[in-house]
Design a protein around this ligand. Sequence first.
Ligand code: AMP
Length: 210
Amino acid sequence: MKLILLGPPGAGKGTQAERIAERYSIAHISTGDMLRAEIKAETPLGVEAKSLIDRGELVPDEIIIGMVKNRIGMPDCENGFLLDGFPRTIAQAESLMGFTGIDRAVCIEVPDESIVGRMSKRRVCPNCKRTYTVDVLEPDEDGGYTCLDCGTKLIARDDDRPETVQHRLNVYAEQTFPLIDFFEARELLSRVDGDKSMDEVADSIFELFE
Ligand code: AMP
């Protein structure tokens, strides 16, 4: 099964992607996570990507396309994969359709007014990468939060600052939103209502495949 998860930043793609990948035993490919790993390792790509990501800009298509093409050729993708955060531009989508087929693109729809609030509440574990909404956590004594899986102190992503969030939403509207029409025109699109609890959204996604 080869899937794409679409939706605005803060729609809950990462959380849903983990659940879907686990349920169908397919590889979860998050281009954002791959780029953050490059940044952490201070590779030349990581250094270039960091300034773009921190400003809420997209990393150039040719870099991302090469990264994904290489990644989906790896053995853990033989049973299928779920792309989370890719494609983000029409050029990426066209290239993807050229080098592999896709079974379905699932779009998690969330109203604009919910997104900024969701992103201000997002925290991520710098160790195991699990993402949380603070609503589901008890704060520590210092007002911070700790990962339930590995006990590491959670952090807010640099690109979740309110001024960057607004720019990311503009980039989404201009460059990524047109992908919904792109996949709809190819009869590959399914939409789910993302303005619900994570469990309800997961159930609606699983229903699509049953
Ligand atoms: P994400 O974790 O998916 O929200 O991605 C974080 C940031 O990484 C994005 O705001 C972009 O700067 C960059 N990025 C991730 N995926 C892509 C992509 N497919 N094309 C271009 N830039 C990307």
